[in-house]
Design a binder for this molecule. Sequence first.
Ligand code: FES
Length: 107
Amino acid sequence: MTKIAFVTAGGSKTEVPAQDGDSLMQVALEHGIEEITAECGGAMMCSTCHVYIDDAWFAKVGAAPEEELDLLGFASCEVRDNSRLSCQVKVSSELDGMVVHLPESQV
Ligand code: FES
């Protein structure tokens, strides 16, 4: 099974199993990653699932499309080149071992 590692702003790392086809947001919620609140439940109507994809993995995930960038403009923490909304990133075996950094807050 694919494994994804979430790293808090403070550097604490939690590696969790992830079902292929699920979104990173679903994986985070399922495993109690509290830094992702996902208030809209993945409907692309909030920005509280903001994450930073680790630089080593960003090319595989790809940049946020324009519609997502618009919503990221409402994120509470700094938007960076590697910012994504985790509800829009689908897990696949290609992402096995991926590291995802969490912002300090979502509000
Ligand atoms: S959960 Fe609301 S935009 Fe991702």
